[in-house]
Every structure is written in structure tokens, then in C-alpha cells.
Ligand binder design. Structure first.
Ligand SMILES: *Cc1c(COP(=O)(O)O)cnc(C)c1O
Length: 341
């Protein structure tokens, strides 16, 4: 298979249409078989549930080329399970795990020419999503849906790579108690755009969101979970029912315990204790783990010991181990790597 003529190491995190996408329709109470198509456009009613009432959810994962040339995905079964829980909360008919995995495999295989080669730092980003395509006008779940998977080759999420980030504390809230913070829904992103725009305008890469009920506890950023490292190298990660259960974070917690022999605490993390931590990182599929050097807030600033020049030593080890597992340089726990071709 001949690769596309792409400058892999110069890729940014942006959409490039590829040759094939998977699409399946839900109508009359059931999903059809689904198939690969080449048309990148979606056609739907002007009154589609997704357009009028934002009835949609999505997933994000990556395909990697390992040293031996194999193309693999990382823990796609967890993405399938998370999409099911997002669908349930939004009254979208569930996409079964089998169909999800088949759709991801087929879409990646059909676009193998777009999977960045080993060692380029680039990956193939995979975006499965479901949306209400049938017409509604009264507020109700749509009568018809589409499940789609497309892929696009991407470079690192944060430009400038792994320099520590400066972030700020948002005045806006991300997720209400008992709201939708724990599902991967587009609506959680629409409402974060304005807060993100303000943060960027003021020179910050991201917003830290506090818990909406008390505004004393750390939740996450718009699209990544937090990991903190204490002075004695313990890993601490916020526990809350309103953060999105990041697969990267869950994997890094396992790596910390089982590969690096570190102690991990998943617990409520108060904003007031942040200055006690030595390192801070943001984790998600797009960012892997990106170091945070500084957090500014109304009337103050927290500087982590790891500083603004480079990643802290524990964050670096976590990153190196997880990317090593994904690239096949380090042996993966059983079931983490799914071979595609
Ligand atoms: C997708 C997402 C993450 C990261 O999850 P991963 O499974 O690690 O990619 C974190 N927070 C939010 C709000 C997200 O939507």
C-alpha cells in the first residue's frame, strides 16, 4: 500500500478529508448494516434533532503505526462502551460494541494510506459520532439517526509540542451536578467555546473548570482530565461524577501503578491545595499528557516546581511509557492493543 504524499511531521491538529468513512442509518426502530462510502457530506432534514436540539455525541481515538509496520488502535472497546453511555443519556439508540469496533477497523483499513508512518510523531485521529438526523420540532428524541466514523491524520494537539502550558481558571462552569459532564456530548463543547475564546484572548492555552456546586474543587479542562504529582511522587487525579472518564487518564493511572510503581490517589482535589503539587498534566487522546507549568486565577498564580521550560520528571516518564505502549516499543497489558492491519 502506497502512503499519501503528506508531510507527516508538519501536520497540525486539523481536519483533512480522507477517502472513506463508515455510515449506518437508524430507521423504523433499527440500525442497518452500515457501509463505507466516499462522500464526506452529511444530508439531513433542516429540522434534524442534531440541528435543533443538539442530539449528538461522539468519540475520539487514534490509530498508530508500530515499528514493525502494523497499524493498531488503543483500547477501542472503552470508546465503544463510553459511546453507549453517552447515547443512553441523550436517548440516542445505542450503537453496539461489535458494530462500533467493526466500523473503526474498516474505516482505518480503508484509509491505511493516511496512517502516519512510525516515528513521525503524527497519528490517525478517528472520530466516531452519532446524531439525530430525523425531523423534530416539538422537543423529543429524533425518529432517525446516523452513526458515522471518519478519520484524519493529525500532528500534536498543542502547537509547540510539549512545552509546559499556562492555563487559567474559568469564571464559567463546564458541568452541572447531575448534568452531562460525564458524557462525550457536543453540547458540552458548544458552551465551552466562549470561555475558551476568552482564555486564548488573555494568552492561556486552556481553562481549568471548578465544580459548579461549590467552586472549590478541580474538575477538568474543556477536553482533558488532570493528573497531579506530589513532592514525594504520588499521582493524584480528581474524582467527580461530572468529569468525563478519560481513557488516557485511566490508562496513565494503570501505567503509574503497574509500570512505574507509583502510588495513585483518585479523590476530590481542592483548588486550594494545588500549590502543594510538584507537577501537573492534562491528559486526553489528543494531548496524551501535556505538562502545565502555571495556573493563573483571579488574584493569584500557581507555579509548579517543574517550571515553564520542560516537563516534570514523573510526567515525562508517564508520557514516555504510554506512548511506548501505543507505538509497540513497550509491551502492552493484555487487551490494550487491537491490530487492524
Ligand atoms: C474526550 C475528553 C477527554 C479525554 O478523554 P480520552 O478518552 O482520554 O480521550 C477529557 N475530557 C473531556 C471533556 C473530553 O471530552
Amino acid at each position: 500500500m502506497e502512503k499519501k504524499n503528506i508531510n507527516w511531521s508538519e501536520l497540525s491538529f486539523a481536519y483533512i478529508p480522507t477517502d472513506y468513512r463508515f455510515v449506518s442509518h437508524y430507521k423504523d426502530g433499527k440500525w442497518d448494516e452500515g457501509k463505507l462510502i466516499s462522500d464526506p457530506e452529511c444530508k439531513m432534514s433542516e429540522s434534524a434533532g442534531v440541528l435543533q436540539y443538539a442530539q449528538t455525541c461522539f468519540e475520539g481515538l487514534k490509530a498508530y503505526t508500530q515499528k514493525n509496520g502494523r497499524i493498531v488502535t488503543f483500547r477501542p472497546d472503552l470508546n465503544a462502551e463510553r459511546l453507549i453511555s453517552s447515547c443512553r443519556r441523550l436517548l440516542i439508540p445505542e450503537v453496539s460494541k461489535e458494530v462500533f469496533l467493526k466500523a473503526v477497523d474498516e474505516t482505518v483499513r480503508a484509509n491505511a494510506a493516511y496512517v502516519p508512518p512510525y516515528g513521525t510523531g503524527a497519528t490517525l485521529y478517528i472520530r466516531p459520532f452519532v446524531y439525530g438526523s430525523g425531523a423534530v420540532i416539538g422537543v423529543s428524541p429524533a425518529p432517525e439517526y446516523e452513526f458515522r466514523v471518519f478519520v484524519t491524520p493529525v500532528g500534536p494537539y498543542f502547537k509547540g509540542g510539549i512545552k509546559p502550558l499556562k492555563i487559567t481558571v474559568s469564571d464559567y462552569d463546564r458541568a452541572a451536578p447531575n448534568g452531562t459532564g460525564n458524557i462525550k456530548a457536543g453540547l458540552n463543547y458548544a458552551m465551552s467555546l466562549y470561555a475558551g475564546y476568552e482564555a486564548k484572548k488573555n494568552g492561556y492555552s486552556e481553562n481549568l473548570y471548578l465544580d459548579a456546586a461549590t467552586r472549590t474543587k478541580v474538575e477538568e479542562t474543556g477536553g482533558a482530565n488532570f493528573l497531579f504529582i506530589t513532592n514525594d511522587k504520588k499521582v493524584v487525579t480528581p474524582k467527580s461524577s461530572t468529569i468525563l472518564p478519560s481513557i488516557t487518564r485511566r490508562s496513565l493511572v494503570y501505567v503509574a501503578e503497574h509500570y512505574l510503581g507509583l502510588e495513585v490517589e483518585e479523590r476530590e482535589v481542592y483548588f486550594d491545595e494545588l500549590s502543594d503539587f510538584a507537577e501537573c498534566g492534562l491528559c486526553g487522546t489528543a494531548a496524551v499528557i501535556s505538562p502545565v507549568g502555571q495556573i493563573d486565577y483571579r488574584g493569584g498564580s500557581i507555579q509548579f516546581k517543574s517550571g515553564m521550560e520542560e516537563m516534570g520528571p514523573v510526567t515525562a516518564k508517564l508520557r514516555k511509557t504510554l506512548t511506548g505502549i501505543q507505538n509497540g516499543d513497550i509491551e502492552a497489558p493484555s487487551g490494550w492493543i487491537r491490530e487492524i492491519c
